[in-house]
Design a protein around this ligand. Structure first.
Ligand code: URA
Length: 215
């Protein structure tokens, strides 16, 4: 992507000592796993960027592709296919040949955090990669934030205040000075789908709104 290609964190990124230590520990326990910051997956010319929270230990941290192998990926990739944002078959592996169309997926934090909970300092430290990612996407029209942490980090990335764009499932927020609309959804995590906080229908409603917006 020419002048503004997104910068990915290096495999041995040391910005977050706790996450680097956890990565090293996981590399011992699971030597066959990816065990590095999971890079953005998707189309350079994407109109839609989906921002998750952080790789799951046995999902993106294993496969090296956001949401791939994670329980949350089953609903996300099925929905992307349903709304025409992917080609090919999702098979929970980074080499399944799946291609995203006009869409990309990244995470607010690129390394797997212990207990799936990144610290505020880690979200802050990883934000430059999100800023850079968004700035590089010249055709971007929509950002879908999965969950409040993604929403809050994306707001800061876009220079917006929490008060002007409160997180709510199904909410959409215009981004001042940019031709981007920010969409919110509850995270498609196992917890949220198992408890019924997020149903397939609710998730698809958000994607329907995004599809209408991105064309
Ligand atoms: N897997 C990811 O890559 N990100 C999430 O937010 C959850 C699972």
């Amino acid at each position: 992507m020419s002048a503004a290609s997104p910068i990915e964190p290096p495999a041995d990124c040391a910005l977050c000592p706790r996450l680097a230590a956890f990565r090293a520990e996981n590399a011992e326990t699971y030597p066959d796993y990816f065990n590095a910051p999971a890079p953005t997956f998707g189309d350079d010319k994407a109109k839609l960027l989906i921002v998750g929270l952080a790789p799951g230990l046995h999902g993106a941290n294993k496969t090296g592709r956001p949401f791939t192998g994670d329980y949350a990926g089953d609903l996300l990739y099925a929905t992307l296919e349903k709304f025409g944002f992917s080609n090919g078959r999702y098979d929970a592996r980074a080499d399944d040949g799946l291609i995203l169309r006009r869409a990309a997926i990244t995470n607010a934090v690129r390394c797997v955090p212990p207990q799936n909970k990144p610290l505020t300092a880690e979200i802050y430290a990883c934000r430059p990669f999100l800023i850079n990612q968004i700035d590089a996407m010249r055709s971007l029209k929509a950002v879908l934030c999965l969950g409040r942490i993604s929403h809050d980090s994306t707001l800061k990335t876009l220079g917006m205040k929490a008060k002007e764009a409160p997180f709510a499932h199904g909410a959409r927020h215009e981004v001042p000075g940019r031709e981007i609309v920010l969409f919110d959804s509850y995270h498609c995590s196992r917890y949220n789908t198992n408890t019924g906080r997020l149903t397939t229908e609710m998730f698809e409603d958000v994607f329907a709104a995004i599809r209408t917006h991105t064309g």
